[in-house]
Design a protein around this ligand. Structure first.
Ligand SMILES: [Zn+2]
Length: 84
C-alpha cells in the first residue's frame, strides 16, 4: 500500500511526498524542493494542503483497518486446526 501523501508546495508549486503517518493537523514540513516551511492545517486556504491532510487521514484509517483485520484473522484461525 502506498503510505505517502503528495504535498504541493504553495511557494514553488512543486509536489513532494511525505509519509502519511507523519502528517497531521499543525505539522510543519520543509518543502523538499525550495525548503520553504509549510504548515499543514485544516484552516489553510490552500486546497492542496487540505487535501493532503484528508488523504493522510484516509491512509491511516486504512492502515488501522488492515492491522485490525490481520490481528483478528490470526486470532480467529490460530487455535482452530482441521483434523487430518
Ligand atoms: Zn517549494
Amino acid at each position: 500500500m502506498d503510505d505517502k501523501v503528495k504535498i504541493r508546495c504553495p511557494a514553488c508549486t512543486r509536489v513532494f511526498r511525505e509519509k502519511a503517518n507523519r502528517i497531521r493537523d499543525g505539522l510543519q514540513v520543509n518543502c523538499h524542493n525550495c525548503n520553504k516551511l509549510i504548515t499543514l492545517t485544516k484552516e489553510t486556504e490552500d486546497p492542496f494542503l487540505r487535501r493532503a491532510l484528508k488523504t493522510a487521514r484516509e491512509i491511516r484509517a486504512a492502515q488501522d483497518a488492515a492491522v485490525f483485520a490481520k490481528t483478528y484473522s490470526t486470532a480467529a484461525t490460530a487455535p482452530k486446526r482441521e483434523p487430518s
